[in-house]
Design a protein. Sequence first.
Length: 255
Amino acid sequence: MKVHVVFRTCDCEISLHGADRPFGLTKAATIRACFGSLIRALEGFDYSVHVVGDRLSDEIMNFFRNYGVGITNEDLGNDESIRRSLKRAYERADDEWVYLCEDDYFHTPDAFHVIQDLLDNQDVVLRNRPKNPLHLGRRFNRPLVVHPPDYPDRYLPHKRKATLLYASELAHWREVSNTTFTFMAEARTFKRFQRIFDRSARGADDRYLSHALHGNRNIRKRVLCLSPIPGVATHMHNGVMTPCVDWKALLNKQA
């Protein structure tokens, strides 16, 4: 598995959604921790990384240069930085995997081993014959998308949903109907649904993206979007962190 990572980042201290960061982290410290965890998780894999920077400070630019990755840094704004990330996905060969990653997602060391286990064995793992006729009995009509975190609101009583579960060697996988702009898919999937992706960049509208791609009813689902249980990444904001993983311990171990 070769992974092309597009890491989208801005070190402006104010959170886009106003959420507090965990463990007293500044935005710059969050970027360094999250990017470091990503590189660590990619060790041993065939990968490339390009950083799409939006008005990055000299301090953060120097941090990325130490990793020898590709970097562009312009005055973009959130919408344009998403468009630039998508453009890189469209440029890849159809069968190559592209991981769009925002700068506040921290990864477990085994994240890509867990994901590769699913991708290598998907013909067996994802085989199903659901009784619901709306599934049409064929999973392979829908391309696979991987969303690495496991958001805790999915366990709240008023947000629980009946969903398909799959089991690979290293994790269980839950079908989800909502993602952020951090997910992994084949380049052919980005190209096939380019109209939807481009539309979602207007206003950074991940709600539209989720509705248009994953849907809330089986007949509307264009892709099969899976998240691992437990998650192999977490959004580094209080109140939305992936449960059942000691993220503080992993952060301290990496430091």
